[in-house]
Design a protein around this ligand. Sequence first.
Ligand code: AMP
Length: 370
Amino acid sequence: MTASPQVKLKPGDTIGILGGGQLGRMLAMAAARLGLRCQVFSPDPDSPAFDVVLNATCAEYADVEALELFANDVDVITYEFENVPAATAMVLAARRPVLPAQKILETTQDRLIEKDFVKRLGIGTADYADVSSVESLRAAIAKIGLPAVIKTRRFGYDGKGQAIIRQGDDLAKVWEDLGTRSAILEAFIPFEREISVIAARAADGQVESFDVTENEHRDHILRISRAPAQISEALAAQARGIAEQIATALNYVGVLAVEMFVVQENADQSGSPKVLVNEIAPRVHNSGHWTLDGASVSQFEQHIRAIAGWPLGKPVRHGEVTMTNLIGDDILGYERWLTVPGATVHLYGKGAPKPGRKMGHVTEVTPARK
Ligand code: AMP
């Protein structure tokens, strides 16, 4: 799709990370283990990633001077969130390689462009339609049916910017509440389970995906991930193939996550389960945190290797893995988790717990029997 800049770092070089949350923090920790330094750029003075790096830039993403100084200090730039403003990416990309390439953000920041891209690859998604007014919402419902899910095209996450529409709902109100002029309507998928695949791609085209993860949400926020997903080998191969196909089609360098639904329906003539893509995240992902303790190489290390121009690892899973997010007040129970045999506790060093705020996670690995 788009050529990615060539990068070859050596130990001691510096990676710039846009975004200072827990993902940036865990990326920086993985880089440190490989002898690479990181500099984090974030507008939030309380960024958890600042705690683990020597050099940080606390400035707005629109601060061109700060961006230029940051770019001068680093050898390659990556990001921990997909909503990097286009202007920010442009300023940086003019000075240093940005990986994954800036162009990828245009595809993944907009749900309609992303779904069109996935569809063009011949990969299944929920039926969807572009919606820009109450009238077009009515037309979309006539085409797709109800129940359906309406989502803002941009800036939605953890269930924000979306609503389920059911028979009899007041469409004018639904549209007003969504508060946007660009949305998509998706058919509601009565999924059997939600899964995701974390895949890494190197500049030379090498692709390595992790075993499929099964995800359980609570209030739209990921609560528990389990690897491997309890699905057939054929379905797992299909899911991994889809993520690898997407990474290759994007000419991607780094780690991406593809969230999918497993549906058991007869629409597929064979009547067997099939996979539909819900969303692509052009970054390391919460559903891949299990890889920190549950695999020979983590998603964070894979990302660092990819953007450094180093060979990817061949991830070997250590057993059956469960990752539990500590959300909001869950963090208050961290001492109990510290005493659970076999559990590995990760706390993100955030301030006060707020409802829905991801404060840490715990991994439990049941070793595979030899
Ligand atoms: P998203 O922001 O697209 O990742 O959606 C957040 C969550 O909403 C997903 O993990 C699903 O649990 C649910 N969801 C999203 N889209 C659909 C859909 N088309 N049908 C059923 N559930 C959905």
